[in-house]
Design a protein around this ligand. Structure first.
Ligand code: NAI
Length: 341
């Protein structure tokens, strides 16, 4: 089985080589991202393996389909970069629904602690033998209120971590479950000292955090986004920071990250004025979509992606296949036929 793995990075290779060789899959590691210009690199391949910033739109799907590619294996959980409606009937799309919720939830907390206790600034100071504490005053998490939007796998781990710090945790989810103190979005905005986003990016959640939402939050609120960039209107965020309405922002994802994140652009002029301005703020911490990046997560991702492909090519079905009918009780074929089409 031949699989073209687009947007390959050095940290992807060891685990994919290990699970590929064990399971008869030859991964062809390509540095290029998948898009309309690079789709032809999948010539002669049975499937493609893609990540968050590869483009799997209608044109790419048509090209891959014409080349005889049968499957798109996402090596991530989110699939907002795939036109699943257009893929239906053409390409089977599968994903890694969970690989380490701990990796992402722990990174969210790491960013929060770094931001509010200024350890990133202290690290730079002490390396320069500057032992002054001026400007490093933080605040206790104990007793503060954390608002969590999206209480799925990652949100739940994050809530547990916050409770371990003695925080009061409130939550909002479109489909609330058990084990959380659910409130309306309005109440969450009004009561939270910090807000962490753990819901998927959908048409409904696009710019969930806009100027209007920011206005309804507590003055000085800390925002944490390790989910998807476009959940936040970046321009509104910048305005909120300038107006001192937002006390700090911890961003592992950014709306326009696709041409920038994961790459070294240090020798280039930054075209994105909003990102450049955000990064220049003393109370904004940006990491480059790094929350997933632990050894455990990389290993689980490679293992599940490989198992998805093996199951699909050997049995014609895959439990982790998805399509735009998935979850719709009347239309979902998978729960009857074990495959989306
Ligand atoms: P999940 O599917 O287990 O949980 C998502 C939760 O969001 C569910 O409880 C769902 O009901 C809720 N939700 C759906 N629509 C909503 C809405 N309109 N408003 C409020 N809540 C809504 O997903 P999981 O594994 O917890 O991942 C969450 C997100 O984290 C993913 O969608 C992905 O975008 C992001 N992620 C980021 C990574 C990173 O490296 N920064 C790595 C992995 C995931």
């Amino acid at each position: 089985m031949n699989i073209a793995l687009f947007d390959a990075k050095s940290y992807d290779r060891p685990a994919f080589e290990k699970y590929g060789s064990k399971n008869g899959i030859r991964y062809k590691f390509l540095e290029a991202r998948l898009d309309e210009d690079t789709a032809d690199l999948a010539h002669g391949q049975d499937g493609v393996c893609v990540f968050v910033n590869d483009t799997v739109n209608a044109a790419v799907i048509d090209r891959l389909h014409a080349l005889g590619v049968q499957a798109v294996a996402l090596r991530c959980a989110g699939f907002n970069n795939v036109d699943v409606r257009h893929a239906y009937g053409r390409l089977h799309v599968m994903r890694v629904p969970a690989y380490s919720p701990y990796a992402v939830a722990e990174h969210a907390m790491a960013m929060l602690l770094t931001s509010i206790r200024r350890t990133h600034k202290a690290y730079i100071r002490t390396r320069d033998f500057n032992f002054s504490l001026n400007g490093l005053t933080g605040f206790d998490l104990h007793g503060k209120t954390m608002g969590v939007i999206g209480t799925g796998k990652i949100g739940r781990v994050f809530m547990d971590i916050c409770r371990g710090f003695g925080m009061r945790v409130i939550a909002y989810d479109k489909f609330p479950g058990d084990g959380a103190d659910y409130v309306s979005l309005e109440e969450l905005y009004a009561q939270s000292d910090m807000i962490s986003l753990h819901c998927p990016l959908t048409e409904e959640t696009y710019h969930l955090i806009d100027a209007n939402a920011i206005m309804r939050m507590k003055k000085g609120v800390v925002l944490i986004n390790t989910s998807r960039g476009a959940l936040i209107d970046a321009e509104a965020l910048l305005d909120g920071i300038k107006a001192r309405q937002i006390g700090a922002a911890c961003l592992d994802v950014y709306e326009e990250e696709s041409d920038i994140f994961f790459e070294d652009v240090s020798g280039h002029i930054m075209d994105d004025d909003i990102l450049a301005r955000l990064i220049s703020m003393p109370n904004v911490l940006v990491t480059s979509h790094q929350a997933f990046l632990t050894q455990e997560a990389l290993d689980n991702i490679a293992q599940t992606t490989t198992e998805n492909l093996v199951t699909f090519f050997n049995q014609g079905t895959c439990p982790n296949e998805l399509c735009y009918h998935c979850g719709r009780v009347d239309e979902c074929r998978k729960h009857r036929l074990e495959k989306c089409f």
